[in-house]
Design a protein around this ligand. Structure first.
Ligand SMILES: *[C@@H]1O[C@H](CO)[C@@H](O)[C@H](O)[C@H]1NC(C)=O
Ligand SMILES: *[C@@H]1O[C@H](CO)[C@@H](O)[C@H](O)[C@H]1NC(C)=O
Ligand SMILES: *[C@@H]1O[C@H](CO)[C@@H](O)[C@H](O)[C@H]1NC(C)=O
Ligand SMILES: *[C@@H]1O[C@H](CO)[C@@H](O)[C@H](O)[C@H]1NC(C)=O
Ligand SMILES: *[C@@H]1O[C@H](CO)[C@@H](O)[C@H](O)[C@H]1NC(C)=O
Length: 346
């Protein structure tokens, strides 16, 4: 099994080198790698309107004021853009709608905080986000060469499960439906010319501050339903991606092991210069105030020490730690995010 794996890797690398060099032989075809982002608040950089992400104290670390990011600063998108892809974090689609002069040279962020792939609070689903992208592709905003070289992040973190309001027995049936719809969105992107996909596993739903609150932020929550939904989603998505890789010729997929990465950080805080695994920096109803204007939350001294910024969202420091892990491991179908990027056509 092991030898077989190594052989495949060697063949794959050789194949890549050959197919890439054929194209790099053509002069002046080099463009920067574009980055396209789909999903929810773990990836959104400003597509929600009138949400807490546009209110103090969101954005206090970066850019120093609220910017539509569900964090004190960078979210995963910004960290991947700057540290892994070395491109500017692409503008939010809403920014382009508001100002058609917005540069799209680094790509575009279509992710919408709170959204999912099913109903999920009625927000624009992955399918809708893919349609926005499709309209732009069909209008000629991006060339086929751009798309082939571009990296597509698909980050769906559990709003479908959070918004579910049916019976507990049917809750489990939601898992294959969510996984199928992620796959459908990816296949649509593929048919539009996308080839390189970073897909993340779920947020650690049982170890978010919201789940850890009953323990006084000392431990993960204990709910066997949540735990089994989480593990079956991650397992089924992995299996679906194996099929995707097999059938979508020329696709390059890396599965970001987000659940594992965040758990690892929570168990090894000092390695990441963090001190708080569960307690969010913005503790309470972050950004909400009472009728008299008094905050309904408490703000910590140093968000840089907390894994989480609010009840469900990592802090900038948390995202830095997560992406750092991906760069060296915590991935499937490639040994690390860095190795995956190096294997793509330049
Ligand atoms: C914005 O949100 C506030 C509080 O949730 C609500 O009262 C207000 O009507 C919203 N405004 C718009 C334009 O949606
Ligand atoms: C629109 O975007 C362009 C390019 O970034 C910028 O120069 C211009 O000031 C923006 N216009 C408005 C009204 O914000
Ligand atoms: C419950 O979920 C369904 C979609 O599954 C949605 O249409 C409905 O509005 C939701 N009801 C409430 C009260 O949120
Ligand atoms: C566990 O989570 C499910 C789904 O959110 C919920 O319906 C159920 O009440 C929870 N169980 C316990 C014991 O809290
Ligand atoms: C933690 O802090 C130390 C001292 O400032 C620094 O050398 C190290 O690189 C930091 N580690 C991480 C993972 O940020």
């Amino acid at each position: 099994m092991r030898i077989f794996g190594v052989l495949c890797l060697v063949l794959l690398v050789c194949w890549n080198v050959r197919s890439c060099s054929a194209r790099t032989a053509l002069p002046k075809l080099e463009t920067t790698r574009k980055f396209f982002i789909f999903g929810d608040s773990y990836a959104d950089t400003g597509n929600t309107q009138n949400t807490t992400a546009f209110r103090f104290p969101y954005g206090i670390t970066f850019p120093g004021k609220p910017s539509g990011r569900f964090s004190d600063g960078f979210v995963q998108t910004d960290v991947i853009a700057s540290r892994v892809l070395h491109v500017a974090s692409p503008p939010a689609y809403a920014t382009l709608l508001a100002n058609t002069s917005t540069s799209i040279s680094s790509g575009m962020n279509y992710a919408v905080g709170g959204s999912g792939v099913t109903y999920a609070f009625g927000l624009p689903t992955l399918q809708t986000q893919v349609q926005w992208f499709s309209q732009m592709v069909k209008a000629g905003a991006f060339t086929p060469a751009d798309l082939k070289k571009a990296v597509f992040l698909v980050s769906v973190n559990g709003n479908d499960y959070g918004a579910y309001n049916g019976t507990l027995e049917n809750y489990y049936l939601l898992v294959p439906e969510v996984v199928d719809l992620i796959d459908l969105g990816m296949r649509e992107l593929y048919s539009l010319g996308a080839r390189n996909f970073m897909v993340s596993s779920l947020a650690p739903l049982d170890c978010l501050p919201s789940a850890s609150r009953p323990s006084g932020f000392k431990a993960c929550g204990k709910n066997s339903t949540i735990e089994s939904v989480l593990s079956s989603h991650n397992f089924l998505l992995g299996r679906k991606l194996v099929k995707f890789i097999k059938h979508q010729k020329g696709s390059n997929v890396v599965y970001l092991q987000q659940t594992k990465a965040i758990r690892h950080i929570q168990k090894n805080l000092p390695e990441f210069n963090l001190t708080e695994a569960f307690k969010p920096c913005c503790n309470g109803l972050c950004a909400e105030v009472d009728a008299g204007g008094s905050p309904l939350y408490e703000l910590c001294q140093n968000p840089g020490l907390h894994m989480f910024w609010d009840n469900v969202h990592p802090s900038q420091a948390g995202w830095n730690a997560v992406v750092d892990l991906y760069q060296h491991g915590f991935t499937r179908f490639s040994p690390s995010l860095n190795a995956w990027i190096d294997g793509l056509c330049k």
